[in-house]
Structures are given as C-alpha cells and as structure tokens.
Design a protein around this ligand. Structure first.
Ligand code: GLU
Ligand code: MG
Length: 457
C-alpha cells in the first residue's frame, strides 16, 4: 500500500462519513481473526474513519500468538512485545450493525508499517490463494454454516430454547429472538438461505448464500457477531463452541465449496462420480488427502475433538460420499435438475473455533495442490463408516481422522504443501498457539475443557 493508495482510501472514507452519520453511526469497529479463532477489534469515532481507512490502527504483533483465553504463547526470544502492525478496514465490506445501534463494522486487513501486507494475515493470505486459482480461470464459491446454542445468562450452560430437535415447538418458544436474528441479518444485507432449530436443546442453525471465499469468511464473522448482539438484547448468552456441554451434541462449522469457470459449476455436468468434472475431482482429492493436517486449522482446539466423533454427523472419517453425513466430505448434488447451481462439496469435520479465513485458505491450498497433482478420489462411501466395522474399514482403507489436537497439530507440522502456502512465520505461530492449548488442557477432563472453551469465541 503506497501513498496514492492511502489517498484513495482517505477520499473514499470521507465520502462515506456523512451517509453513515445520517444512519446514526457513531463509531466504526474493525477486526481481524487471530490464530485461535478469536476476533480482535479496534474502533474509532466516526470522524476518524478516513484516518483509519488510510493509515489503519496499530495492533501488537503478539496477537498472532494469542491463545483463546488471552494467554500469549509467544516465542521465548523476547520478541513478543516489540513491533506493530496496522489493521486497515475493507471499506467495500463496511456494514452498519443492526443489533448494535450506533455501530458500523468492517473486516480488516493487516499491513506492516512499511505498507506491505503483513505476512501472517489470514484474510490477505486467503485473497492471494483465490487469485492463484483465478489465474487458472477457476472461481470459488463458499459458505460457512453456523450452528450455535443460546443459553440463559451466567457462566453455566442452561439451554434457553427448549423443545425437540428440529421441533416447531423450539422455534415457537424463542420466536421473537429468532425473528430478531433474521431481521438484523436482513438489514445488514446478509442473504440467509435457511434457519432451523438443530438437534440439541438450545441449538439453532442458519446457512447463508455462497460468496467468494474472503466474503464468505467476512460473512461468517458478521453473522456470529450479529447473533451474539441479538442475544445480548434478549438477555441470552451465545456459544459457538464445538462442544458446549461435554455430554451433548456439538456445534459444527461446515464449509461448502464449489468451483466454477465461465459461469459453469465444475462440481456438476462432468464425467466423474456424481457429475464431478476432472478438475473438481482433483481439487476434492487434494482436500481429502490433506484433511488430517487441515484439521489443526478447521478443528483447532482441544474442544474440537470432543465433537469430532463418529455417529454425531460431524464427519469423523477421512472419506467422501454422496449425501453422507458421516463422511468428512459430503458430496451434495441437489435435486435432479438443480445440479448446475446446487452441486457442491461440504467439509463437515470443521467447527467454529476455526479462523474462517485460515480454514478456507487451508482448503484452497490443499485443493490447488490436488489440481497440480491431478489427484483422484477413492471409492465413495455410501453408508455410515462406523457401521462397517474395523475389518471392513481397514480393508477399504477408510481411516479415522485425527482424534486429538495433538495428532492434527503433528500432521499440520509435517504437511509441506499447507506449510508452503501459509509461510513459515504463520506455521510457527499456529503451532505455538496449538501447543500452548495442548499444554493448558494436558490434564483436563472433557467437562473442564468444555467449560473453559464455552464462551470465548
Ligand atoms: N451438529 C453436527 C456437527 O457437529 C452437524 C449436524 C448436521 O449435519 O447439520 O457438525
Ligand atoms: Mg446442522
């Protein structure tokens, strides 16, 4: 970012200020997501927006080493408190927040004080990987599903929405809250596609329309923040934790992906299984191959592995299958006749402790490696893998995905493809945060992990 860029940003923000003031905006927040999946924020009064847009606002470089509970897992060389980076809002994504009157928000990109992109910034990393695919004339559409639970206020988890799984009763019991969530998202321009009560008590889910990956990750941050804000107004507490309650069902953060070229969906109309094109097959094959390492990004906490168990529709097996909710990769074709716009791949094993930018960056890096290698997919699995039994699983080469953060962190450390895409500095920071969380919970029970991880994200 040079001086001319800064001038352009300044002028653009100046032009926005009056309209934002007319809409009651008093302050603008900009945030980035750290390696533990926490959104970290700075804000300015509205009249400072032009300065924020041109010069950003400072953040310590130590934030790449922050653990979910704010412990700093910094390297022992004493560098943590030294250095600064600037977070600069993306004005194209500025939104007036519907459930926080007076506030606007924009996702931020991080730059070094030189104006160069900050090498550990996950939003810029994702944008680069999207550009790499664009050079192959491949576009990507993505959406991240959101499952959450609402609880009565307080430290304990007390489900605030009662009634059966997927039950109309549950919707009725929290009808006004649900209406306010949907109304706020509509006001913010979020295109919600579906909303329903999920399996567990207090659990709800919504899905949004697919967008380009960076925007899909932005939307995921915005939607979560909006849901939380509506909850606050209703005196409710929100948790996106993969395991809110050790004994209950988890919250997933399933990722939908499709590739396109010239308005054509590469996930449909091809000669491969279920209509996949050769390129889509190779891309999916790359993802499947790298899933154990990607779990350190997409299921990044100790709590993630309390959720990622067989027979919970979390996708605990490294396999794929048509509409198979126990496969880590679920192929979705849509109904006959809708394949061209509906076909996509759902990555089920990820959850919302993940940094969505990093998670999508990992998927694109692995998929791109699959394209380079001309990767293939194994035989799809058309049954719950757990029902096959150990012998048949071994015979068919269907493996369990890592069952712990230890295993996925080791796979991540050993994965040179994902490592090369992320860069050494980012890999080191991610590993430090994961190691630190492993140390924190080394002797903890599942209940203790669930309780400690419940409210941070
Ligand atoms: N809650 C499940 C999970 O942990 C997913 C249920 C579903 O398929 O929507 O991922
Ligand atoms: Mg669901």
């Amino acid at each position: 970012m040079d001086l001319a860029d800064r001038e352009r940003r300044l002028a653009r923000a100046e032009a926005l200020v009056r309209d934002l003031a007319d809409r009651g905006v008093v302050a603008v927040a900009t945030s980035f997501v750290d390696n533990a999946g926490i959104s970290r924020v700075k804000s300015v009064p509205l009249d400072r927006l032009p300065s924020l847009a041109a010069w950003g606002v400072g953040f310590s470089t130590a934030f790449d080493y922050f653990r979910f509970d704010d412990w700093v897992a910094a390297p022992p060389d004493g560098s943590a408190p030294v250095g600064d980076q600037r977070i600069v809002p993306d004005l194209d994504r500025l939104v007036v927040l519907a459930a926080q009157p007076g506030w606007a928000w924009a996702p931020g990109d991080r730059f070094a004080q030189t104006g160069d992109p900050y090498p550990l910034d996950s939003r810029l990393l994702l944008a680069r990987l999207v550009d790499d695919l664009a050079r192959r004339q491949i576009s990507v559409l993505s959406a991240i599903e959101i499952e959450w639970v609402v609880s009565e206020a307080g430290e304990e988890y007390v489900p605030a929405a009662s009634g059966p799984a997927y039950g109309l009763t549950r919707l009725t019991n929290v009808s006004e809250y649900c209406r306010d969530v949907l109304a706020a998202l509509a006001e913010e321009g979020v295109r919600v596609e579906q909303f329903h009560p999920e399996y567990a008590a207090g659990q709800l889910e919504l899905s949004v329309a697919p967008e380009s990956p960076v925007y899909a990750a932005d939307t995921s941050v915005l939607v979560r923040s909006t849901i939380r804000a509506v909850g606050v107004r209703h005196g409710l507490r929100t948790s996106y934790s993969p395991k809110v309650d050790a004994a209950g069902v988890g919250n997933g953060g399933h990722v939908h992906l499709s590739l396109g070229r010239d308005e054509r969906n590469l996930m449909a109309g091809g000669s491969g299984r279920f209509g996949l094109t050769e390129e889509a097959t190779a891309f999916a094959g790359g993802i499947l191959e790298h899933l154990p390492a990607l779990l350190a990004i997409g299921a990044p906490s100790v709590a993630s592995y309390l959720r990622l168990v067989p027979q919970h529709w979390a996708g605990a097996y490294a396999c794929w299958g048509l509409e198979n909710r126990e496969a880590a990769l679920r192929m979705v074709t849509g109904s006959q006749g809708s394949e061209e716009w509906a076909a996509n791949l759902e990555v089920k094993c990820f959850d919302l402790h993940a940094n969505p930018y990093l998670m999508l960056a990992g998927l694109l890096a692995a998929g791109t490696a699959g394209l380079d290698a001309g990767a293939s997919l194994p035989e799809p699995v058309d049954v719950d893998p757990a029902a096959l039994g150990d012998e048949a699983l071994a015979e068919r080469g269907i493996l369990r995905l890592p069952g712990s953060l230890r295993e996925s962190t080791d796979a991540f450390a050993a994965d040179t493809v994902v490592g090369a895409a992320f860069g050494a500095a980012l890999v080191d920071a991610v590993r430090a945060v994961r190691e630190s969380e492993l140390e924190l919970f080394a002797n903890a029970t599942a209940e203790e992990v669930a309780a400690a991880s419940r409210w941070a994200h």
